[in-house]
Design a protein around this ligand. Structure first.
Ligand code: NI
Length: 167
């Protein structure tokens, strides 16, 4: 396994539409997943998308609890209902900053897991938020462009000092 270099805001790989993964079980995809997991943990993230490590493929990892992160390949995401929540988000590609972002409260997802098996499920709360954030990376969308109020963007240290709430 290896730590991968994380693309930061300004790099064009973060702005394009990523391509479908043709063979989820290919050795290079398995290696990519393992390296992304290691990179995510090392960087203190709770999600990471392949374009963030300069690989423009439709694949991301997310953590929804203790244990190994979940893998979603060629995902399709849809909101369940109209309910939305606003909460602070960060991004490994935008280090040091947090912004308040509205997201659907619940989502349904389908895709492939790391064995190539079709999976589907529902998520809510933080897991739903991370899934939407990471899925956006596959379409070249960063959380900044989901923010209705740029006054609610700040350095993590400053926000923590003020214990500012997004709503
Ligand atoms: Ni991100």
């Amino acid at each position: 396994m290896a730590l991968l270099k994380i693309a930061r805001l300004g790099h064009p790989v973060l702005l394009g539409r990523a391509a479908e993964v043709e063979d989820a079980t290919a050795p290079e995809i398995q290696r990519l997943i393992a390296d992304m997991a290691e990179t995510m943990v090392d960087a203190g993230g709770i999600g990471i998308a392949a374009p963030q490590v300069h690989v423009p493929l439709r694949l991301f990892l997310f953590r929804s609890g203790p244990g190994a992160p979940s893998v979603l390949i060629n995902p399709e995401i849809e909101a369940i209902g109209d309910e939305a929540d606003t909460a602070w988000e960060g991004c490994l590609s935008i280090p040091g900053l947090r912004g308040a972002v509205p997201r659907a409260s619940r989502v349904r997802f389908t895709g492939l897991d790391e064995t190539g098996a079709r999976i589907e499920g529902e998520a809510e709360g933080m897991a739903a938020r991370v899934i939407q954030h990471e899925n956006d990376h596959l379409d070249g969308v960063l959380y900044l462009s989901r923010m209705p109020d740029m006054a609610l963007l700040g350095f993590t240290e400053e926000l923590a000092r003020r214990e500012k709430e997004p709503e």
